[in-house]
Design a binder for this molecule. Structure first.
Ligand SMILES: CC(C)(COP(=O)(O)OP(=O)(O)OC[C@H]1O[C@@H](n2cnc3c(N)ncnc32)[C@H](O)[C@@H]1OP(=O)(O)O)[C@@H](O)C(=O)NCCC(=O)NCCS
Length: 171
């Protein structure tokens, strides 16, 4: 296991190709993909997501979506992390957790730690977060992480609220 960093309750590690079943299980729940609009059909598709989308980010940018586990129990709860979006030249903050772990403050703890890691360890200057208008929980996470609301946009046909965080270390 390649550990990236940890918080009080969570640890963050790199995904591996062996994690296709975890990605598949996470995306199996229609409530989890309700606002992300990317259900996964089978384990083969989950493996493709790992191979083509998640793993290349680590090598190219030294960051990505990280697998998140509860430190005390080792349980996999989902993922959180950063992703370079070339089409926008932006670093995107994202998170997705299995339903049984919602409402325990994990998303806020994870997202906040990823923003800090991005600024303090990766020297990023700006991180952007977007959440669909109806995704109250995700909007609340972005606000609890002290991101600044900068406006509404339409992404892939869906209305979203857009937030940014600017590194305190960049003048
Ligand atoms: C959005 C998501 C990550 C939130 O995870 P979580 O671990 O439950 O979030 P937290 O426990 O850190 O809660 C953060 C805040 O949001 C609130 N919140 C969480 N879900 C909520 C909901 N469905 N409705 C209203 N408020 C909600 C919490 O009460 C908390 O606010 P508070 O501290 O003022 O009470 C989780 O629901 C999820 O994985 N959803 C599916 C994937 C997804 O939509 N990802 C985001 C795409 S933009």
């Amino acid at each position: 296991m390649t550990l990236v960093f940890e918080t009080q309750r969570l640890l963050f590690r790199l995904f591996r190709m062996e994690d296709a079943a975890l990605i598949y299980t996470l995306n199996l729940d229609p409530e989890v993909t309700r606002f992300t609009h990317d259900p996964i059909e089978d384990i083969e598709q989950a493996a493709t997501v790992l191979e083509k989308t998640i793993l290349p980010q680590y090598a190219l940018y030294n960051h990505g979506r990280w697998a998140v586990h509860i430190k005390a129990t080792g349980e996999f709860i989902g993922w959180c992390g950063l992703k370079y979006r070339a089409e926008l030249n932006e670093i995107d903050l994202g998170y997705r957790f299995m339903k049984q772990y919602w409402g325990k403050g994990y998303a806020t703890e994870a997202a906040d730690a990823c923003i800090r890691y991005g600024f303090e360890k990766l020297n990023l200057s700006r991180i952007v977060g977007r959440a669909e208008l109806g995704n109250t929980g995700s909007i609340r996470v972005l606000e609890k992480c002290c991101m600044t609301y900068i406006g509404n946009e339409e992404v892939d046909g869906y209305p979203v609220r857009t937030y940014e965080a600017i590194s305190p270390f960049v003048r």
